[in-house]
Ligand binder design. Sequence first.
Ligand code: GAR
Length: 302
Amino acid sequence: MFQKLQQKWGVSHRQFWIIFIVFGLTGTTTAILTRYVTAWLGMDASSFWVWKLLVRLGMLVFGYQFILLGYGALLGQWAFFWKYEALLLRKLGFLSQQTMANRQSPTANHQHPKPKTQLAIFASGAGSNAQKIIEHFKNHPSVRVALVVCNKPGAGVLQIASENGIPYLLIEKERFFRGDTYLPVLKEYGINFIVLAGFLWKVPAALIEAYPQKILNIHPALLPKYGGKGMYGMHVHEAVIAAGEKQSGITIHYVNEHFDEGAPVFQAVCTIDEKDTPETLAQKIHLLEHAHFPIEIEKIVS
Ligand code: GAR
């Protein structure tokens, strides 16, 4: 259950437990503060129940959110909690529907002349692959990671982008699937190659047409087996283990309009032992991905 939640939030193991602690501390602090506030307002058992309810609701709706952000910031998880708060505020109409969360001018991090390849990493999860790609191309003479594109507020990859000074674009489902609406932003950042590193939405046709043979995906299995809709992350490893496979691996492939069906460019294999579980297999696969994905991207773009 924890594993699934961690995957849904798109955070690392460590981050997951810190987030849990933040929730725990926030709940306890809100409960204690509510008691103080009601006492400060002179409320006791004889007070009209509606007033007490309103104070409690106020503390829950507003106090809780502030305290959550406070503890989140204290424990280094501001980005995770702020993304969710921003979403809430946007839904309540307190924030504009902007999509660029840390938008910098596309030229802001151009200390050097524009390199030949300007990469955008599309990712929705913890971002361990994005991290490796960013590290690999740091100070690279002709390739720069110029943008991270993410569909999940609070995903670990956003923190990774921030830590590395890379602008990120938070996209909305309806706009993304409308087709070409994000193209101007990608062009603005000079993006000429895209890699999907744990990005789970289907890429719309307009984007594929705008980047022909210039979008790569990594899949955590040996395609064509264990691919297609719904086959992502831990679901893939669970299916592989359940089928009693003796090996699995990774596939790097071009993206076309069908899930996981574009031309493969690279595969690497790992063996599955009897004692392997979906979790241990996921670790083996991640090791393979980290070792090969940045290198294969480099080979292709050059
Ligand atoms: C990776 O294992 C990648 O292969 C998988 O998501 C994980 C993301 O991990 N992608 C898919 O399942 C796509 N169908 P990360 O966020 O730590 O890089």
